[in-house]
Write a protein that binds this ligand. Structure first.
Ligand code: SF4
Ligand code: SF4
Length: 176
């Protein structure tokens, strides 16, 4: 290609470039000012994990580590300890003394949620894990455990002997 042809090619492209700029100049911006603004997410979207409680304030997690076994990213660490009636965290024999999720490893597949026999671990649809450091992205139990429902005591609780002899409480009756 001669120099003249090259100059002609460049010059003819300039109006195309300006036309593209003018076309997009008055379009509504698509940028969302996160985190002040959020976009609606799909109902299937899985965000940050939460550890749930029963209505009486006891923790649903029984420290069985099935979630850790099911996790394909090896992101969950669970260490269990024994409940006593004087110091009870969950129904049944054991509770999670240590529960950690490394959010940098997590791929938000939801396998932990599926594996949990007590529906203790739930990936909420609208929250995203954030942090400034690698250590800060390891979410420990205090960060994951939800506060007790209104009026219910926190854990540990003192409970009467024999009341919580099963790890999984009966599900409430279906009213629909
Ligand atoms: S969502 Fe998936 S990757 Fe993340 S902790 Fe659960 S099982 Fe592991
Ligand atoms: S979250 Fe569920 S599966 Fe994981 S240790 Fe607790 S009870 Fe077991």
């Amino acid at each position: 290609m001669s120099i003249t042809d090259k100059v002609v090619a460049v010059v003819t492209k300039i109006p195309v470039g300006f036309a593209t700029v003018l076309k997009t100049l008055f379009r509504k911006p698509v940028t969302v000012q996160y985190p002040e603004q959020t976009k609606p997410m799909s109902a299937r979207f899985r965000g940050r994990h939460h550890l749930k409680r029963y209505d009486d304030g006891l923790e649903k997690c029984i420290g069985c580590a099935l979630c850790a076994a099911a996790c394909p990213a090896d992101a969950i660490y669970v260490e269990a300890a024994e409940n006593t009636n004087e110091e009870r965290y969950s129904p049944g024999e054991r509770y999670a003394k240590t529960y950690e999720i490394n959010m940098l490893r997590c791929i938000f597949c939801g396998y932990c949620e599926d594996a949990c026999p007590t529906n203790a671990i739930v990936l909420e649809p609208i929250e995203f894990p954030t942090g400034y450091t690698r250590d800060g992205m390891i979410y420990v139990k205090d960060m994951l455990l939800e506060p007790p429902p209104a009026g219910a005591p926190a854990t540990p609780q003192q409970t009467p002997a024999g009341k919580y002899d099963r790890a999984i409480l009966p599900f409430p009756p279906i009213t629909d």
